[in-house]
Write a protein that binds this ligand. Structure first.
Ligand code: CUK
Ligand code: CUA
Length: 679
């Protein structure tokens, strides 16, 4: 009974507290009033009974109260997460951890009609050597930034497996472009952005001859190379400007993750690497396996790039061509002072620039420390010309000259994020935990503890990879929330067979000095997301409906093929047939499309609705056509009428009471039939 009373007291206190805190809600419909009478601070007996019946602890109850959103209330934050192998992107609300959307990116997606008559041109941009590659291993989404703050306009994501980068426009949450890297067949360290999104960074991973030419493994040191690619972003066009993009050739160390400098370090780019040993594997030939060969040395190399010099070198034309793409050669990068290295202990992973731009944090997967580098020291060491060189002649700054601190955080550190109170958070894969530790420098005044010290840890479940904090990659992180992106879920969810979901765990980091609190577990059952970013919801301003009737989302303008109501028709010219169709609740016009086998069909369809959420689907069986037409949207698709017969096209979104009647007949007369249709 004592426990029961405790729960009751906690609940009452919490409800009183949460009401007096007056959480800022985005303008949203008022929540439907529930049965409970919370405002006065009294608690209905039901709540205590429910808590007791479900054996909820006081921590469980606070976690529930911190994450529950009444109907109609919107989340404060939105996460853009990699969809891992799904090749897509996830949009998740925080603190509710509700999945709001899956954005189709590299992979066809039927609900959005992506790849079934729409989006095919964008997907084709990602073809590799002419082959349709319709999956991706998406790793690192990056929101566009203005002055190192998320601006809510675009989000980018890379495909590790095929070295591709995609651009998503956040006005309509649709993918607008995919670029295939001409220099490398695969990547990893994308898609971080420079402070005003001038460039999108795409770093390499497993070294190979540039342009994915052939060279035997015995030529590894001479012929295999790493790369980093800088994609120029044209914000007005909302596209990567491939003509003003370039790569830098790098030694065949395995470049891993990159981050852009900010504020004082703006104009500099940092990428960690591993396998500076240049192990080439071959366990079956008696060679050390990669996992041993690539971790023999005590240190690998952080790569430090002077981006301004790189851009000047590219603009001066001091490049070579790989698959018609400009590449600054390794020698030129050395000669022009573009590239420097410095050692990083021990099989490093991740490099993260602190919000003030002064420090770089690198984790050593096999080292219980994070190493903190001083940008200031890096600059003065470079200015002093104080370095050795590696086997390729690249300047190597001594670790002791550039190191600021090393902080013992725990086993298997991977990635670091930051809050607004001078703390850093590092994921610990082997410990299955997140370490909170103190930053020094100007951050030292923000927290009561000594700088560069472990403060506390929280267990996560299990084997955490990346983590993210609210606005965590900007110059002004919000604190509040952290999400642990856990690779293993094991026992956290109901058993669904041997392939388990990932586990995103929402953690409250707002209670400084106290323990961080685990709030919520969210299973991700579509692939292995690596990274994500969290933006304040009120920074996003997506359209509710497309701005005008006939909108082509690929051009972000009214289509020249827009079909207005009253102008629907079917036009024949030889065996070229053009269909002009509108969709509106609850009919397509025309409702009969009668054509002949062998016709080539160009079909224009406009959703002429202006009402919020009045989406119509459009599908043609057997022809693999399936569209999603949002209010105002126009789509043009083509097909060859090679299968005669009768095909009912219909609306696939339950749009109205007479949705089932929203259909029509596509009648395709067999070739050679005598009863020629008169069109
Ligand atoms: S990597 Cu996955 S846990 Cu691709 Cu960013 Cu570190
Ligand atoms: Cu339109 Cu159903």
């Amino acid at each position: 009974m004592k426990k029961n009373i405790l729960i009751l007291v906690v609940l009452t206190l919490l409800i009183v507290a949460s009401c007096s805190l007056a959480p800022q809600q985005p303008s949203a419909p008022a929540p439907a009033s529930g049965g409970g009478e919370a405002a006065g601070g009294s608690l209905s007996g039901d709540a205590a009974a429910i808590a007791q019946e479900r054996s909820l602890s006081p921590d469980d109850i606070t976690a529930a109260l911190k994450t529950y959103l009444p109907t109609g209330v919107h989340d404060d934050y939105v996460i853009f997460a990699s969809g891992g192998h799904s090749g897509q992107m996830l949009v998740i609300g925080v603190p509710s951890m509700r999945l709001l959307k899956l954005i189709a990116v590299f992979t066809p997606e039927p609900w959005q009609g992506w790849g079934y008559g729409a989006g095919n041109e964008v997907l084709d941009q990602g073809n590799v050597n002419g082959r349709e590659v319709r999956w991706a291993d998406t790793h690192h989404p990056a929101l566009s930034e203005t002055e190192v703050d998320y601006d809510g306009q675009f989000v980018f994501i890379n495909d590790k497996a095929n070295a591709r980068v995609a651009v998503v426009d956040l006005r309509d949450f649709e993918t607008k472009q995919i670029v295939k890297n001409p220099v490398a067949i695969m990547d990893h360290g994308g898609t971080m952005v420079t402070p005003n999104t001038e460039y999108i960074i795409e770093g390499g991973q497993y070294a190979a001859p540039l342009g994915w030419e052939y060279a035997p493994l015995s030529d590894y040191n001479d012929s295999y190379r790493g790369h980093v690619t800088f994609w120029k972003f044209d914000r007005d066009k909302g596209r990567i400007d491939q003509d003003n993009s370039f790569s830098i050739e790098l030694p065949p160390y395995w470049q891993d993750l990159c981050d852009s400098g900010k504020l004082v370090s703006e104009g500099w780019i940092f990428c960690n690497s591993f396998n500076a040993e240049r192990a080439t594997g071959g366990v079956e030939k008696g060679e050390p396996p990669f996992e041993a060969g690539a971790s023999q040395g005590d240190t690998d190399y952080m790569h430090i790039f002077d981006l301004n010099k790189a851009v000047a070198t590219f603009k001066a034309g001091k490049t070579m061509d790989i698959n018609d793409f400009p590449v600054i050669s390794l020698q030129t990068a050395i000669d022009e002072g573009i590239l420097y290295l410095t050692p990083e202990p021990k099989s490093p992973h991740g490099v993260d620039v602190t919000p003030d731009g002064n420090f770089l944090v690198v984790s050593g997967k096999l080292d219980p420390h994070v190493t903190v580098y001083s940008f200031d020291k890096i600059m003065s060491t470079i200015k002093a010309g104080q370095w050795d060189t590696d086997d390729y002649g690249v300047p190597v700054l001594a670790l002791d000259d550039v190191k600021e601190a090393s902080v013992e955080v725990g086993l298997g550190p991977l990635h670091s994020q930051f809050d607004n109170q001078g703390y850093a958070y590092t994921s610990l894969f082997l410990d299955s935990a997140v370490a909170r530790w103190t930053l020094g420098g100007d951050f030292a005044d923000k927290h009561p503890e000594e700088p560069w010290q472990l403060v506390s840890k929280i267990s996560v479940h299990y084997n955490i990879g990346h983590l993210l904090t609210a606005e965590g990659d900007t110059v002004s992180p919000d604190g509040k929330y952290m999400v642990a992106m856990n690779k293993w879920a094991i026992d956290r969810f109901a058993n669904v067979g041997p392939l388990l979901p990932q586990n995103f765990q929402l953690i409250d980091i707002d209670n400084t000095g106290e323990n961080m609190q685990l709030l919520y577990d969210m299973p991700i059952g579509i692939g292995e997301p690596h990274y994500a970013q969290m933006i304040k919801y009120d920074k996003l301003s997506p359209w509710e409906v497309y701005p005008e009737i006939g909108w082509d989302p690929q051009e972000q303008a009214v289509s020249p093929n827009v079909v207005q109501q009253g102008e629907e028709k079917v036009v024949r010219n030889g065996n070229e047939v053009e269909v002009f169709m509108t969709a509106v609740r609850s009919h397509f016009s025309p409702e009969h499309v009668e054509i002949k086998e062998g016709d080539h069909v160009t079909w224009h369809i406009t959703n002429v609705e202006r009402a919020y959420d009045a989406t119509h689907g459009f599908s043609i069986p057997a022809y693999n056509i399936n569209l999603s037409l949002e209010p105002g949207e126009h789509i043009t698709f083509e097909f060859d009428a090679d299968q005669p017969g009768v095909f009912s096209y219909y609306c696939t979104e339950f749009c109205s009471a007479l949705h089932l009647e929203m259909t029509g007949y596509l009648v395709i007369e067999p070739d050679g039939s005598s009863a020629m249709l008169d069109q």
